[in-house]
Write a protein that binds this ligand. Structure first.
Ligand code: 6PG
Length: 469
């Protein structure tokens, strides 16, 4: 018999998850979050809108909602970014008992999830922080599910979580137990960091083809549709092609949209994790800051007056170079993401399995693409940084010149392509050939007497130089 699942929070995320579970035949109990400003009969409104929820029951009070569930209860909180998960836990847990499972399905910060996991463990409640990825399309096709926290809780809720998951490359559900504490939410924020940089890369390719080459959006779609048969194929390419072709009257819809990118915070968490754990993540950071800069309309309006330069609109470049540049930058982006995961997983001893995680990301999630299928195989036999894998090293050697040529075009046309530049700069910075950080060490020793190591003895003792003599 399938368990009855309680869903707390009926905004877009909550009602979509409810529809997803309803379609898969689960009995559901639905309750709005107490902080929801929508009308009191919200559960009933949601139920009456969607036929797949016709057997679901709506509740107006927490006690009616939870007391009706059969132990072990499975309750999924689906709260929006501005609703408090801690507040929800405070009102829900008095109605739960030892052995029940409470799941946070929002994009919480992983350190909050770790704290909540330990807090609830004391009373025997299994807490799971679960990353869900897939947006609105995931309702019909399934999503990527990234649960972390109580493994016992995962086993109890497994059939529920697996039922909403997309089917992965090997036919199994895009769902796996990621690791203890906040591991599930942690990989979801890294997923989003990768997502930010990949979206930014598409924006940069668009900018190059639109402004340097002078193609219209539908012609750009023609160029990019050739990538569908390659490792670039995936969800973000598909939706980008669709967006580029949409017209409203004579206008391309894309060109009617103000270029100020929004964000809901997970990109910030990814950049904070990279910075906090000393992992270089120049592309993910550049993508976040590009969104910030796009929103600074005041500065952009004023600087536009002094920096205005007209792109030629007929720049020539090889489409193979553009494809190679894009793919190489994607690899560097994934390297950054996996590198953050390796560092954080090692620190907390979460033992995150990158082959399994890549498998969960082969379908359902926003960053699903053919490339991910390759990562599943690669991580099965590799336990080091992605850029050090022989295949990746060969790819870097073959495609870096093309990336540099593309960056040359975009720079001479005054375009804004920070992620393509960051990818190329990552490779330059990861080489030992042109040392420059020695000057930084000399300056640090000069003003702070922090010491430096010698080229002749890289792991040896610190030295000082009497700079002021
Ligand atoms: C997903 C998305 C999703 C994302 C929100 C907000 O995997 O389904 O990543 O969870 O967090 O759509 O994204 P923004 O930060 O861009 O607003």
């Amino acid at each position: 018999m399938k368990p009855v699942v309680g869903i707390y929070g009926l905004g877009i995320l909550g009602s979509n998850l409810a529809r997803n579970l309803g379609l898969r035949g689960f009995e559901l109990a639905l309750c709005s979050s107490l902080t929801d400003s929508r009308p009191e009969n919200r559960p009933q409104q949601v139920i009456s809108r969607f036929p797949e929820l016709s057997t679901a029951k709506g509740f107006e009070t927490i006690s009616a909602f939870l007391d009706g569930l059969i132990p072990a209860r499975i309750v999924i909180m689906m709260l929006t970014a501005d609703e408090s998960v801690d507040e929800a836990i405070t009102v829900i847990t008095p109605h739960l008992s030892k052995g029940d499972v409470l799941i946070d399905g929002s994009n919480s910060h992983y350190s909050d999830t770790t704290r909540r996991y330990h807090q609830l463990k004391v009373s025997g409640i299994h807490f799971l922080g679960c990353g869900f990825s897939g947006g609105l399309d995931g309702i019909a096709n399934g999503i990527s599910v990234m649960p972390g926290g109580s493994e016992e809780g995962y086993q109890i809720a497994r059939s529920v979580l697996e039922s909403v998951a997309a089917t992965s490359v090997d036919g199994s559900p895009c769902c796996t137990f990621i690791g203890p504490e906040g591991a599930g939410h942690f990989v979801k924020i890294v997923h989003n960091g990768i997502e930010y940089a990949e979206m930014q890369l598409f924006a940069e390719v668009y900018a190059i083809l639109r402004y340097a080459v002078g193609l219209t959006p539908d012609h750009i779609a023609e160029v990019l549709s050739a990538w569908k048969d390659t490792d670039a194929s995936g969800y973000l390419l598909d939706i980008t092609l669709n967006i580029l072709r949409q017209k409203e009257g004579d206008a391309f819809v894309l060109e009617t949209i103000l270029d100020s990118a929004g964000h809901k915070g997970t990109g910030v968490y990814a950049v904070q994790a990279a910075a906090g754990f000393g992992v270089p993540a120049m592309m993910i950071t550049a993508a976040l800051h590009a969104r910030y800069l796009s929103g600074q309309r005041h500065i952009r309006t004023h600087l536009d007056e002094v920096t205005r330069s007209q792109p030629r609109k007929n720049a020539s470049m090889g489409t193979t170079d553009l494809y190679n540049a894009f793919q190489l930058a994607r690899i560097i982006n994934y390297h950054e993401g996996f590198s953050i995961i390796r560092a954080v997983s090692a620190h907390y001893q979460w033992n995150i399995n990158l082959a399994e995680l890549s498998r969960v990301w082969t379908n359902g999630c926003i960053i699903r693409s053919s490339l991910m299928n390759r990562f599943v195989k690669l991580w099965e036999n590799w336990d080091d940084e992605l850029v050090l894998h022989p295949e990746v090293k060969t790819l870097i050697a073959a495609t870096w010149p093309g990336l540099r040529r593309i960056n040359h075009v975009s720079s001479s046309e005054s375009l804004f392509t920070p992620c393509l530049v960051a990818a190329s700069q990552y490779i330059a910075g990861a080489s030992l050939r042109f040392p420059a950080a020695n000057l930084i060490q000399a300056q640090r020793d000069y003003f702070g007497s922090y010491g430096f190591r010698k080229v002749s003895d890289p792991t040896g003792p610190l030295h000082h130089f009497p700079w002021r003599n």
